[in-house]
Design a protein around this ligand. Structure first.
Ligand code: CTP
Ligand code: CA
Length: 228
């Protein structure tokens, strides 16, 4: 992927992007997952590579092709994504947490396939909280590393959507938070996206919509403009 409008402005920079959605196994054949396709995250990795960065894409169950020119670390569970990103983020210039990380995982993973019995009764799953990886990155010393989070929200009201994004940025200790609305029909597998970028002082630094690669470039523009 080429973008001659911003040639090489990330040359010499190390960028880490997480993309996709984590899956939490229930048993050897089943998992709890989410609908993230990984397209927006993969587009950010592609855009950063096109701009000259050395890119590590931590790819959780992508439903899209991994872009050329990136180092790819395939992961599936939240624990795997956490280990990969904590390692890769060390000394990185930019970390973009675009992955949809499962908030919960089954308390127990069954060794064998979970079977129905003849009683006709339902099944109750016990879930436990997963660690918040972005908050962990935000809390540990990260001078020189810009942290960008995402917020996928179903909130229909624009002002309240923005407030959720601002709260989330502060709560996580991220420098930037990219807010996008998701729903039954919006967001995930789509090739287009509509986003608002909240900056370090809670100001809206950009709004963009279009194909996921142009949106990716706009996110990088917003982050770079603030650092230059
Ligand atoms: N995230 C993370 N670790 C988690 C959950 C989320 O690192 N366990 C990251 C996501 O990659 C994203 C950001 O945090 O960059 C926000 O994710 P989101 O699901 O929107 O926020 P949550 O804090 O999980 O809040 P909730 O789902 O309850 O709205
Ligand atoms: Ca969540």
């Amino acid at each position: 992927v080429q973008d001659t409008a911003r040639p090489g402005d990330l040359a010499g920079k190390r960028v880490v992007v997480t993309a996709g959605g984590t899956r939490e196994p229930l048993d050897p054949v089943r998992f709890l997952g989410n609908r993230s396709s990984g397209k927006q995250g993969a587009a950010i990795a592609a855009a950063a590579a096109a701009r000259g960065a050395s890119v590590t894409l931590i790819a959780a169950n992508l439903e899209t092709r991994t872009p050329a020119g990136c180092g790819v670390v395939p992961v599936s569970t939240t624990a795997e994504l956490r280990a990969a990103v904590l390692d890769a983020a060390e000394g990185a210039d930019l970390v973009v947490m675009a992955a949809a990380v499962a908030d919960f995982r089954p308390a127990d993973v069954s060794e064998g396939k979970i079977k129905k019995d003849d009683s006709g009764s339902g099944l109750t799953l016990e879930l436990v909280r997963n660690p918040d990886i972005l908050a962990e990155l935000g809390q540990r010393p990260h001078a020189g590393t810009t942290l960008v989070g995402f917020a996928a929200e179903t909130e229909p009201d624009d002002e309240r959507l923005l407030e959720l994004g601002r709260d989330k940025r502060r709560r996580k200790g991220a420098d930037f938070l990219v807010v996008n609305r998701v729903g039954w029909n919006d967001g995930f597998a789509a090739d287009e996206n509509r986003i608002v970028v909240v900056g370090p002082d809670d100001a809206v630094v950009d709004r963009a919509h279009g194909d996921k690669l142009s949106v990716a470039h706009r996110i990088l523009d917003a982050v770079l403009a603030d650092r230059r």
